[in-house]
Design a protein around this ligand. Structure first.
Ligand SMILES: Cc1ncc(COP(=O)(O)O)c(C=O)c1O
Length: 403
């Protein structure tokens, strides 16, 4: 459609302020630019997206095909099919130490991102405050902002002690604090919260009466024998935690769109209303396939974890060999988050110039909040060849900066 500048301006003026003020997702934007370069015929190394390079396990795909062939292609109960709700409840009780009533306290949604959006809509009023630990995943702040709430950041990195975290939280909390989001293992840093750090957050939530949304989407992707702990399992926390999870990362199912949220019935039932009026239900045959994913063998996930660990070690070593770059060893998820400040470039300059000069797509760290400037994020959910080629090109790019 060819629009005149006047028509464009007139249409833009109709867009709601809460949306027109919103920045698009930085990760999606970089992925799109990388796709355009690929379409132009450049050999792009795309390390920007958080999408496993493994296919979905065959038993899951087969379950979806069976479901389709059996004609399971209609609306399901809005909350989710009972078999899936039960499978999720069993998993959360066994692995996350959190016991939920599948009929009342769990909601199945098309992706964990949708669960986050609905939770923010259900909880946050204009003027409310939400606490984020920075750097934090790119979609948390926009979801709060679309609900009219403000985000307050608490710095959190590998060196943050429990005492510093406590002080950061005390400084951030106000009478308007309604919600805090904890994401362990963290996107983008790969940090896994310790029992002590989670206790600090649990204490603050109970002392100041706020809800914790615990995003555990990377819970399976943990290395070096570290343990995933859900804050929902802490005494006094089940009643004030919303546990967000899904199959995108653990089961290489990003395109299937399968996520869920579990929590106290009075909150989940309000979210269910939004879901009924927006998506109705998650896709029918994806729900049946997800039962197979959760109840079937988990060795496929374990194979992916082993591969990710090998890639992590190699990538971090390669990055640390580049002058001006310093990278902590991620403890979980599938991202490296190197500090690139030593190259003299900002996160955005580094990302832009690297994409133009070497066709390597990474995500600028400032997209992850105030704690991300000076960093870029690289996903190692990519083939070994891609990662090695990416590291080679990054070295060549940084070497070229000093010429
Ligand atoms: C921290 C975090 N939470 C939630 C999600 C959403 O996952 P999905 O909507 O694919 O279930 C992502 C995806 O990148 C993520 O990185």
């Amino acid at each position: 459609m060819a629009l005149t500048p006047q028509q464009r301006d007139a249409l833009c003026s109709k867009v709601a302020r809460r949306v027109s003020g919103l920045a698009g997702s930085a990760t999606v934007q970089v992925m799109d630019k990388a796709r355009r370069l690929k379409a132009e015929g450049r050999s792009v190394v795309d390390l920007s997206g958080g999408d496993p390079d493994f296919p979905t396990a065959p038993n899951v795909t087969e379950a979806a095909i069976e479901s389709l062939n059996s004609g399971f292609t209609h609306y399901t109960p809005s909350r989710g099919i009972p078999e899936l709700l039960k499978a999720i409840a069993k998993k959360l009780a066994n692995e996350n130490g959190a016991v939920y009533d599948p009929a009342k306290e769990i909601l199945v949604l098309p992706g964990a991102k949708q669960a986050l959006f609905i939770a923010a809509q259900a909880l946050l009023n204009p003027g409310d405050e939400m606490i984020l630990f920075s750097p934090a995943w790119v979609s948390y702040e926009p979801c709060a902002s679309m609900a009219g709430a403000t985000t307050v950041y608490v710095p959190m990195n590998f060196d943050t002690t429990a005492a510093q975290l406590k002080a950061g939280l005390e400084a951030a909390v106000s009478p308007r604090t309604k919600l805090a989001i904890v994401n362990t293992p963290n996107n983008p840093t790969g940090q896994v919260w310790t029992r002590e750090q989670l206790q600090v957050l649990a204490d603050a939530a109970q002392a100041h009466d706020f809800i914790v949304l615990s995003d555990e989407i990377y819970e399976k992707l943990i290395y070096d024998g570290l343990e995933h702990i859900s804050i929902a399992s802490y005494p006094g926390m089940l009643e004030r935690t919303l546990l967000l999870d899904g199959l995108s990362k653990s089961h290489a199912m990003t395109g299937w769109r399968m996520g869920y949220i579990a929590g106290p019935e009075p909150l989940i039932s309000e979210m269910l209303k939004i879901h009924q009026h927006s998506s109705t239900c998650a896709t029918s045959f994806v729900q049946e396939a997800s039962v197979a994913a959760l109840n079937g063998p988990q060795d496929y996930t374990n194979t992916m974890i082993d591969r990710y660990k090998v890639r992590r070690d190699r990538l971090v070593a390669d990055l640390n060999a580049v002058p001006g770059i310093r990278c902590d060893l991620p403890q979980g998820a599938f991202y490296a988050f190197p500090n690139i400040a030593g190259t003299g470039l900002t996160s955005m300059e580094f990302t832009d110039k690297l994409l133009d000069a070497e066709a390597v797509a990474v995500t600028p760290g400032d997209a992850f909040g105030p704690g991300g400037e000076g960093y870029v994020r690289l996903s190692y959910a990519n083939s070994d060849e891609m990662l090695q080629e990416g590291a080679r090109r990054i070295k060549r790019f940084v070497d070229g900066l000093s010429d």
